[in-house]
Design a protein around this ligand. Structure first.
Ligand code: PNW
Length: 458
């Protein structure tokens, strides 16, 4: 499904799936329920000064207890797919050892509920909530042991759920937890390591992905599909002519050298290694073959483009130039800006540079303040405009034959936005009152429901 041309020029292709995404620590709460062990995010959020509004994920959306109600919410939106993440320390409270059956049962019930509602489950295995025990015992991702532990966990989950879950994402956004967690220290585990150690963390995370792909394939049902969900640093050609497009492709391969290029080419690009110099990671003999194993699909989280690129004569044939200043920044975010063409170029580059045959847009959305008006409505026009402009670009890509299979809006509902906590900015289509746990669809939820119903941008 998904490859047939659309009947109307403005339609998305037949079979294209519409979803929304969340992650475990951001919505579940219940950090000690049913034998769950602590994660590094439990620890980090409870460290004074780390979360801007002083909140934690202890309750968040209380989804662990309200998942039935949340499936009803998804039904009302008309969602066809739902991307959630599995909390590793619910399944292995200490990261390794014996699986905790009661933790697994939660996801098993959730998956059954989704299927009953006619919603396809898409499961992410790691969305940053590393078991604290692995941090304590192996230095977390600094230890090669953590990569193997992840593969064992991933294989176990696939063995239990692959009779009902067809799509598994290994790791969500390497860049964010590696760099923000280990270099800048604003995400868990809050470290500021020197470059050589950050590079080793990054390499172990990639290795974990590769080992998990192997483990999932070894232990799942036939037909199970696996890939990453990665935040590409998208390079937009300054002018859409062959020379500038080629320059943007070359820049893409270099700036994503530590992640996407390594996974899709099975090697670190020479210019990227050159930049790391003596700080390059230690790489064992088979590592890059494992990291570069062919994938069933590529999941792309796309929020904003990173650079404009132009062709130049001098080596390396491209020049990175800043994005236009007139691409507005979102006032409550440090990094998010409006740049809809980034979505078009992200998926087009995946297909044209790396010949990716199946692409899922695993996240796209924006953070806003959303306060109710006098009538209690949330008229989140910033989100409506954002979604419309990004989807127009995605539609262009599908109309040109780029093999995009699905789109997941980030996020289904307001949730714990990491270092920004619960209230600094809200990403939901559905508003959550964190005092009462009342869910109220915003105007953008109505727009998204109509997008799904009409299978085109509205
Ligand atoms: C993603 N950046 O994080 C995450 O996958 C989600 O869990 C998160 O809630 C969402 O986007 C919104 O922030 C990102 O610096 C964090 O470009 C940082 C960046 C991008 C995505």
């Amino acid at each position: 499904a998904g490859a047939m041309p659309a009947e109307n020029a403005a339609d998305f292709p037949p079979g294209f799936l519409w979803g929304a995404a969340t992650s475990a620590y951001q919505i579940e709460g219940a950090p000690e329920a049913d034998g769950k062990g602590p994660s590094i995010w439990d620890t980090f959020a409870h460290t004074p000064g780390k979360i801007s509004d002083g909140s934690t994920g202890d309750v968040a959306c209380d989804h662990y207890h309200r998942w039935r109600e949340d499936i009803d919410l998804m039904k009302r939106l008309g969602l066809q797919a739902y991307r959630f993440s599995i909390s590793w320390p619910r399944i292995f409270p200490e990261g390794t050892g014996r699986p905790n059956r009661r933790g697994m049962d939660f996801y098993s019930r959730l998956v059954d509920g989704l299927l009953e509602a006619g919603i396809q489950p898409y499961a992410t295995l790691f969305h940053w909530d590393l078991p604290q025990s692995l941090q304590d015992r192996f230095g977390g991702w600094e230890g090669r042991e953590t990569a193997q532990a992840f593969a064992d966990y991933a294989g176990h989950v696939a063995a239990v759920l692959s009779d009902r879950v067809k799509h598994f994402f290994t790791i969500n956004e390497f860049f964010t937890f590696v760099e923000l967690g280990h270099q800048i220290g604003i995400h868990a585990p809050g470290l500021k390591l020197p470059p050589a150690r950050v590079n080793q963390v990054r390499h172990h995370a990639l290795l974990a992905h590769g080992l998990a792909v192997q483990a999932i394939r070894a232990r799942s049902r036939r037909g199970t599909l696996v890939g990453p969900a990665e935040n590409l640093m998208t390079c937009v050609p300054v002018i859409e002519t062959p020379a500038h497009v080629a320059a943007a492709q070359a820049a893409m391969r270099d700036v994503n050298g530590g992640y996407t290029t390594a996974m899709l080419e099975g090697r670190y690009p020479p210019r990227w290694l050159e930049k790391l110099g003596a700080d390059a990671p230690r790489v064992a003999a088979d590592d890059l073959g494992i990291i570069g194993a062919p994938l069933d699909f590529f999941g792309a989280n796309v929020y904003a483009p990173f650079f404009y690129v132009r062709a130049i004569d001098a080596e390396p044939g491209y020049e990175v130039i800043p994005l236009p200043e007139t691409y507005p920044k979102f006032p409550h975010s440090t990094w998010l800006r409006m740049g809809p063409e980034g979505l078009y170029w992200a998926v087009r580059h995946l297909a044209s540079i790396w010949n990716v045959k199946s692409i899922h847009v695993t996240e796209n959305g924006c953070g806003t303040k959303d306060t109710p008006n006098a009538a209690g409505e949330m008229l989140d026009v910033d989100r409506i405009a954002y979604t419309r402009h990004y989807l127009m670009q995605l539609q262009r890509a599908t109309a040109e034959g780029v093999p995009v299979r699905s789109y997941f809006h980030w996020s289904l509902m307001d949730n714990f936005e990491w270092a920004d906590g619960l209230t600094t900015q809200r990403f939901g289509l559905v508003h959550v009152d964190f005092d009462t746990q009342r869910r109220t669809p915003k105007l953008s939820a109505e727009q998204y429901r109509e997008v799904i119903r009409h299978h085109r941008v509205v």
